[in-house]
Design a protein around this ligand. Structure first.
Ligand code: HEM
Ligand SMILES: *[C@@H]1O[C@H](CO)[C@@H](O)[C@H](O)[C@H]1NC(C)=O
Ligand SMILES: CC(=O)N[C@H]1CO[C@H](CO)[C@@H](O)[C@@H]1O
Length: 252
């Protein structure tokens, strides 16, 4: 819970500025950060943590750059529900790998969970279990942005892993649904201390990745379209719930 969504946004936004003004990496480290986080957190305990993650993700993305989007979104889902505490990874979490029917689970990539698991193993093999999963998710999201052509930003570290998974109720209450209009999204993010500028910056996350047809063609069981629906022509109709989610729009 050490880092809030606000500071994540702050980093995202500041990194955009840094790219545009060609400032050095050092300047970035002067930004105020949450209590408990630090720019040097693993310098003694696991100095190689970030380089291990970067190196492995380069390999993963060489094979499939699409995975970058899955990892970025995982960080968003982790941070918005109960803070960036790694709880998205817990069995039982509605966003996590074990809730079969929770909508967030259906649209987070299973592969993203596997990649994080693998990174955790590599980092823990090097240093023991001193690096939190929440930090690994945060670093992986940063590297996903950078390695897919976006800006680079420093990530202050020291997040603690939460022990409690998020219920489906908490998950749905904290992640705005795709049906929300702009005012509803502004309101939902204002509740997390994020302003309109933050919302615009964070929306930049959608520069990469995919959406499943069901995310914007109405509820899984209806054929009503929220956004025109032509992109998904052919995937609607009588498909069962699960199958609808498996139709990627790129096919149409
Ligand atoms: C604020 C409200 C947000 C809404 C309503 C929203 C909604 C969505 C929806 C509906 C999808 C498609 C899911 C699917 O069908 O598979 C999606 C995908 C995605 N979102 Fe968001 N999102 C929001 C915020 C964010 C933020 C803050 C980030 C990160 C900075 C983010 C990053 C992504 C990424 C990278 C994908 C693609 C995932 C993939 O390819 O696997 N989103 N989002
Ligand atoms: C946005 O959605 C809300 C319901 O969440 C509705 O009350 C409002 O009228 C909508 N605003 C616009 C501009 O469509
Ligand atoms: C995309 C994703 O992670 N789906 C998971 C949802 O939950 C089921 C079962 O618990 C997993 O098998 C899926 O991989």
């Amino acid at each position: 819970m050490a880092i809030t969504a606000k500071s994540f946004t702050f980093l995202l936004i500041s990194s955009l500025f840094l790219v545009s003004c060609f400032c050095t990496k050092k300047t970035q480290n002067t930004f105020p950060i949450e209590n408990g986080l630090s720019w040097t957190f693993y310098d003694y305990r696991c100095p190689k943590a970030e380089s291990i993650i970067r190196k492995q993700l380069k390999k993963v993305f060489k094979n499939d750059i699409g995975q970058a989007a899955g990892l970025l979104r995982l960080h968003f889902h982790d941070c918005f529900v109960q803070g960036c505490d790694g709880s998205v990874l817990l069995d039982g979490s509605a966003s996590g790998p074990s809730e079969q029917d929770a909508i967030p689970n259906l649209t987070l990539r299973a592969k993203a969970f596997e990649i994080i698991d693998d990174l955790r193993e590599r980092v823990h093999k090097e240093c023991g279990r001193v690096v939190s999963c929440a930090d690994i998710v945060a670093i992986a999201a940063r590297d996903s942005v950078y390695l897919s052509g976006g800006p680079e930003y420093d990530v202050p570290l020291g997040r603690r892993d939460g022990l409690n998974f998020a219920t489906q109720e908490a998950t749905l209450a904290n992640l705005p649904p795709p049906t929300d209009n702009a005012s509803a999204i502004l309101r939902a993010l204002a509740a997390k201390n994020l302003d309109a500028t933050d919302v615009v910056a964070l929306s930049g996350g959608h520069t990469i990745g995919i959406s499943h047809c069901a995310s914007f063609t109405g509820s899984p069981l209806s054929t009503r379209s929220y956004h025109g629906g032509n992109l998904c022509r052919g995937s609607q109709g009588n498909l069962p719930h699960r199958e609808l989610y498996e139709h990627r729009c790129a096919r149409y």
